[in-house]
Design a protein around this ligand. Structure first.
Ligand code: MTE
Ligand code: MO
Length: 244
């Protein structure tokens, strides 16, 4: 592997213990939607936090094939076309919560402030829409794998559903979801993500076609099976895996 940023064992993409402790120290930071809200942080502070999902560990241990990244000068600022199937939802930044739920031991409801304090990753990649256009874009946000790890996935988790505020829905295989270049982003080309492009939070990844990259994501749901509804476009005949 040539790209040092991603090199090595997958555990590098986990939140490190120190970062967890930083989070634990944030006033009012609660990772949990409800329940025994201190247990996760307590166990981490006591040093007994360990990855609990062997399947996620194993997937991460197999080095992921990385898609090409580009230099700043390759960014095509006007090439990303707005592609929205319905109306554009306006979400209140202060009320916004990203829920991570389903086959997890620690359901989460994270505010944007909390998400922005998690380790940030930036990448310049090519976005490809099946409709025949593409754009080299810089995205910045958090790795989806970090959010999934925070929620402590159960071994039954196999798929990840993304629910969006405009009614769009998508499902992904877990291996693609925890790929190091799969991000939940809040920044595009060095500026805060605009509403049209999916603010406050959207999926970005160079390993899937554009229609897999949900905008306005409000819920991430881990499941043990694929439902009859697989995705907005997939349910109309588009390919489900849609890998690049
Ligand atoms: N919620 C939601 N996400 C979506 C879509 C949509 O209509 N609704 N369109 C998809 C398609 S087909 C593409 S190509 C990209 C386009 O992202 P952009 O509008 O930021 O260029 O968003 C994807 N994510
Ligand atoms: Mo698309």
């Amino acid at each position: 592997m040539t790209n040092r940023k991603w090199e090595g064992k997958g555990s590098k993409s986990f939140l490190r213990r120190r970062q967890f402790l930083q989070l634990a120290g944030l006033s009012g930071f609660s990772l949990l939607a409800g329940g025994c809200s201190s247990s996760l942080l307590d166990s981490e502070v006591n040093g007994i936090f360990e990855p609990i999902n062997q399947k996620v560990e194993t997937l991460l241990f197999n080095p992921a094939k990385l898609a090409p990244e580009f230099t700043k000068s390759a960014i095509e600022p006007d090439a990303l076309l707005i592609n929205t199937y319905k109306d554009t939802p306006e979400l209140d930044r202060n009320l916004f919560r990203l829920e991570v739920m389903g086959e997890v031991n620690q359901p989460l409801a994270l505010s944007l402030d909390q998400i922005e304090k998690l380790p940030r990753t930036s990448m310049i990649i090519r976005h490809i829409c099946v409709e025949g256009w593409s754009a080299i874009v810089q995205w910045a946000g958090v790795r989806l794998v970090d959010l999934i790890q925070l929620a402590k996935p159960k071994t039954a988790a196999q798929y990840v559903y993304f629910m969006s505020a405009d009614g769009y829905y998508e499902s992904w295989d877990l291996a693609s979801a925890i790929h190091p270049q799969t991000l939940m982003v809040y920044e595009k080309n060095g500026a805060p993500l605009t509403t049209d492009n999916g603010a406050p939070l959207r999926l970005a990844s160079p390993i899937k076609l554009g229609y897999k990259l949900s905008k306005w994501v409000t819920q991430i749901i881990l499941t043990d099976k694929l439902r009859d509804s697989k995705g907005y476009w997939e349910d109309q005949g588009y390919e489900w895996y849609a890998g690049l």
